[in-house]
Design a protein around this ligand. Structure first.
Ligand SMILES: *Cc1c(COP(=O)(O)O)cnc(C)c1O
Length: 363
């Protein structure tokens, strides 16, 4: 087996003919994608009526989030186009992915972070992958504005999701789901920040549908954090707030694309509170064994809200067809944000080094 064969399973290798690459594109890959689609029996039972819920666990990508799918494309194209450096604004996961793929490509990566608002796990990644990390006095939207300005005049590739190659790479998650289920699901639920991912999934679903690789498109349901919900409120939020830092966005870059996906699919945008997000994060870890970061848990919190007649929901889950297949994308790994998890942990149980003390814990 050649080393080349070992690298035959990244997003570009698997879906080359659907992506904007040619023979001349150097492939910068860490074997991203092909993440597990995990059946969730307890979640399915909560939905009822024979519905089946599946978790697309994007936290198992090489840097721990779905951002790797887009970054393999963005860095490969940046190298093809002769860029000498890449730059991004980030709430954390974009910078982790950009830094890792830039390290593989041997080019400089500059990341602009909103000062004090990044989880420690993600900051550690940017440093360990060798990026130049700049904390700016402002929020994510301010950082993105600055990155756009620099990208307009300098030979530096912007690798935020305003870079169309990012969404091209991210759409491959829909391809994987269709191939695994044998068709598109009935419903797809996602957290929404800059709204690039929900737009990319919709692009992937529409593309495979038009190629007759699926017989339908799913209803798309997007969930924003209540303190950072510009699409839901239909206005820019100047000072977005939420514990789910990856979706702490006040002015989404892919606003229009997402709106189109939501409308065309017959779906809806809704909000979930930080309390609901943290409760769903703990529920998913302790019931299904899947530990995700807070932003990712917004999709699970959103499913719970859609099931609750008292919740003032934007979409009523009783509209799901009987036996519906529902996919929830969980976007990033729980270990990304150890501080938030720490606040949710109970205290360690003190015990004597005795057999009886331990056996009493089994209920
Ligand atoms: C980037 C990110 C999101 C939001 O995705 P958008 O494309 O910005 O809507 C959600 N969760 C995690 C973990 C992320 O890293």
């Amino acid at each position: 087996m050649s080393f080349r064969t070992l690298h035959d399973r990244g997003v570009i290798a698997r879906y080359r003919s659907y992506l904007p690459v040619s023979e001349n594109t150097p492939v910068i890959s860490l074997n991203e994608g092909s993440t597990p689609l995990i059946h969730a029996p307890k979640l399915s039972a909560r939905v009822g009526r024979g519905c089946e819920v599946f978790i697309k666990y994007e936290g198992l990508n090489p840097t721990g989030s779905f951002k790797d799918r887009g970054m393999t494309l963005a860095l490969s194209k940046a190298i093809e186009n002769g860029s000498k450096a890449v730059i991004c604004a980030s709430t954390g996961n974009t910078s982790a992915a950009a830094a890792a793929y830039a390290a593989r490509a041997s080019i400089t990566c500059i990341v602009l972070l909103p000062a004090g608002k990044i989880s420690f796990g993600k900051l550690a990644q940017a440093f360990m992958y060798g990026a130049k990390v700049v904390a700016i006095d402002g929020n994510f939207d301010d950082a993105l504005r600055l990155v756009r300005e620099i990208g307009e005049t300098e030979p530096i590739a912007v690798v935020n999701s305003i870079n169309p190659d990012r969404l091209q790479g991210q759409k491959t998650a829909s391809f994987e789901i269709i191939e695994e289920l044998g068709d598109a699901p009935d419903v797809h639920i996602l957290p929404v920040g800059n709204a690039g991912n929900i737009s990319a999934y919709w692009m992937g679903y529409e593309e495979f549908h038009s190629l007759k690789k699926s017989t339908r498109n799913p209803v798309m349901l997007g969930f924003q954090a209540a303190g950072s919900a510009p699409i839901y409120h239909n206005r820019v939020i100047e000072k977005p707030e939420t514990v789910a830092t990856a979706i702490r966005i006040g002015n989404p870059a892919s606003w229009d694309k997402a709106t189109r996906a939501l409308q065309t699919s017959g779906g809806a945008i809704d909000i979930v509170t930080d309390e609901e997000i943290l409760a769903a994060q703990f529920w998913l870890s302790s019931n299904e064994g899947i530990f995700v970061e807070p932003a990712s848990a917004a999709s699970i919190a959103g499913l719970f809200k859609s099931l609750d007649p008292a919740a003032g929901r934007a979409y009523d889950a009783s509209r799901f067809p009987e036996g519906a297949r529902i996919v929830c994308t969980v976007t990033g790994h729980g270990l990304k944000d150890p501080d938030v998890a720490k606040d949710q942990c109970g205290s360690v149980i003190a015990a004597k080094a005795e057999r009886g003390e331990i056996l009493r814990l089994i209920s």
